[in-house]
Design a protein around this ligand. Sequence first.
Ligand SMILES: Cc1cc2nc3c(=O)[nH]c(=O)nc-3n(C[C@H](O)[C@H](O)[C@H](O)COP(=O)(O)O)c2cc1C
Length: 337
Amino acid sequence: MKNTEVWNISEKDYPINGTLKEILKFISGYAILAPSGHNTQPWKIKVNDNSIELLADFSRSLPVIDQMNRQLITGVGAAAGNFFTALNYFGFNYTYTFLKKERDNFSVLITPVKGRIANPKDKNLFLALTKRRTNRNPFDEKLIDGLIIQRFETIVSEERIKLLVQENENRNKLISIIEEGDKIQSSNQKFCKELSEWVHPERADSKDGIPGYAFGQNDMISTSGPFYIGNLDWGKIQAGRDRNLIKGSPLIVILESKNNTPEDWFKTGVALERLLLCAASENISASYLNQPLEIPELNQKVKSELNIKGVPQQILRMGYGKTVKPTPRRKLEEVFL
Ligand SMILES: Cc1cc2nc3c(=O)[nH]c(=O)nc-3n(C[C@H](O)[C@H](O)[C@H](O)COP(=O)(O)O)c2cc1C
């Protein structure tokens, strides 16, 4: 696997006698492991003497699938979630303020505050930073314990995000809406072109985008990649695949925010990543079923048919699955301003 060296970051290299600036540079190495839509890694980091600025990088936007930059700013929130998790583990609390909060101009100032008392939850989440992956394979039948689901609810509520567990009838409704989403997206030439530009077959030497191996088994994208997306009617195949994946997943959840501002997207990203880390610390995997949220008429359908009062931001399936490989990342130096 190429360009995955950044995943080998080790706490042994923490600059214990270093300046705060050196510590913040080191901790930034965990932020860049965050997930992002199509693995665009839409962030830049400016390390100051006593704080960092985390900025959205709009040169890495996805104008077709993510017209509003909602997913982009959610990805920045996920990077912040990693940063916060590492800060806590290394003994810092933190405050953050939004410097810019427009959907095309967005940045956050994060300031560490020394003196956090070590606790086991911080350690578990920290250890999951290098273990978390998006897992697009089918999951085992094994159910997720109710107490763990309660922990998931608590961790996202820290960012004022709700975790809505989807059961029985709602699952069936979701299956048909997601199938509709697959078919609409696959017949949209602009969507296919954009996706194919970010999907790379295994031999590619890319530092971003989704490598073929990150698609699940039996997924044709994994072998024929951009050709498949650009030339075949894959909507029907993908819809059938998603139906089976959803049916076989022990847990389907929706993350709901109250409003739909760039601040809400950022907080959703923090909550999403903290949820994924909490899951990874229990060896629970997750992957995304966001296609209906990216199509305005289906987004409305999700809200009305599932009776969601706020704003649905992310749809995830979760469960126990086989281990998957990490995806590429740019090196830290390429992300620093
Ligand atoms: C906000 C956000 C939205 C995402 N949406 C999707 C999605 O709709 N479908 C999907 O397969 N993966 C989705 N992903 C997962 C990314 O493709 C994945 O994080 C990226 O390829 C890097 O891989 P990793 O998560 O294994 O590190 C999303 C990730 C984020 C943070």
